[in-house]
Design a protein around this ligand. Structure first.
Ligand code: GDP
Ligand code: ZN
Length: 308
């Protein structure tokens, strides 16, 4: 039988089929699959699986993981394996807010890069627009000017843009990220009355060598709208991206990069760099460029140390 993994609690999974859920374990050979050994646990929420019912008639066994369209993973520095957080996502929904907690566009950029690398588009929702001036909103828009980044400026308080935002979420499987206090619960309760978003927790890294349990669950709010909440997701690696490739994950850079004198160009120290010229001209927002450099330096440091 085919079903969808809706919760992952360490080594235990819940698989849903036609609205019914079943606790499932994993057939041993899946753990031995060489293609899955890079992950701390081989199955993720969002996975489509083939499963069978055990002799007790109540629990099941996952026999096979069907091909994935994408995966969302987290890898901490110093840890050997990646945590699989979710699979087969339609989009990453990044919720931020004006006022408090403060906007963190560098974090947003890192997530967008993470998504692009996996082929998962991201949408950005900046909530508490009622507390923002026109200038604050313009600033975010200009930060992403020259990109096709979908941006929503919502207010759960006044209802502003909630309809537009909900249209993007409807009928899709989304992973939600947002630090505590941005208004995520208020937005979701407004969009989906009666929703009781179970707190699912992506536990923080406990450091080298120790086993970390990743608890993630999906909520189905009907009409194919499915949400995976990740309240604890603050850190995730981009270490699988080579420094020279990073520019291709900043939407507005590639169209200029072919006019850089060097190829590949990291748009940093190289002379005659078109991206830097566009930053000077103001076509690319300076802060966005600094955000790029920020990631670039962390990648260079990582790769530099790795090859020493
Ligand atoms: P969560 O931790 O992201 O789920 O945040 P909550 O939904 O619990 O909201 C945190 C606080 O922000 C609460 O006091 C909400 O009333 C407030 N809040 C949420 N959305 C808005 C908004 O659009 N505007 C304003 N002014 N406050 C909001
Ligand atoms: Zn360049």
């Amino acid at each position: 039988m085919k079903g969808t993994v809706v919760t992952a609690m360490g080594r235990f999974y819940t698989v849903e089929k036609d609205g019914t859920q079943m606790n499932c374990g994993l057939r041993g050979r899946i753990r031995k699959d060489p293609a899955l050994r890079r992950y701390s646990e081989p199955v993720a929420v969002g996975d489509l699986v083939d499963f069978s019912i055990n002799d007790d008639g109540e629990t099941g066994t996952i026999e096979e993981i069907l091909d994935r369209t994408n995966v969302f993973t987290r890898k901490d520095r110093g840890r050997r394996r990646e945590d699989l957080i979710a699979a087969n996502l339609d989009q990453i929904v990044i919720i931020q807010s004006f006022s408090t907690p403060k906007l963190n566009l560098r974090f947003v950029d890192r997530l967008i890069v993470r998504g692009m690398k996996e082929g998962i588009p991201a949408i950005v929702c900046v909530n508490k627009a009622d507390l923002a001036g026109r200038k604050d909103i313009e600033q975010v828009r200009s930060y992403y000017s020259g990109t096709d980044q979908p941006l929503f400026f919502t207010s759960a308080k006044t209802g502003r843009s909630l309809k537009d935002f909900s249209r993007e979420v409807r009928g899709r499987l989304s992973i939600l990220t947002g630090s505590s206090g941005v208004g995520k619960s208020t937005i979701l309760n407004a969009l989906f009355p009666g929703l009781n978003l179970r707190t699912s927790e992506v536990s923080a890294s406990t450091g080298k060598g120790r086993h970390t349990t990743t608890n993630v669950s999906m909520v189905n709010v009907g009409d194919g709208t499915r949400l995976i909440d990740t309240p604890g997701l603050r850190e995730f690696g981009l270490m699988d991206i080579e420094p020279e490739q990073l520019g291709s994950y900043f939407f507005e850079f590639p169209e200029y990069a072919h006019n850089c004198a060097f190829s590949p160009c990291t748009h940093d120290h190289e002379p005659d760099c078109e991206v830097k010229r566009q930053v000077e001209k103001g076509t690319i927002h300076e802060e966005r460029y600094i955000s790029y450099l920020n990631i670039l330096y962390s990648l260079k440091e990582y790769y530099g140390n790795r090859y020493k």
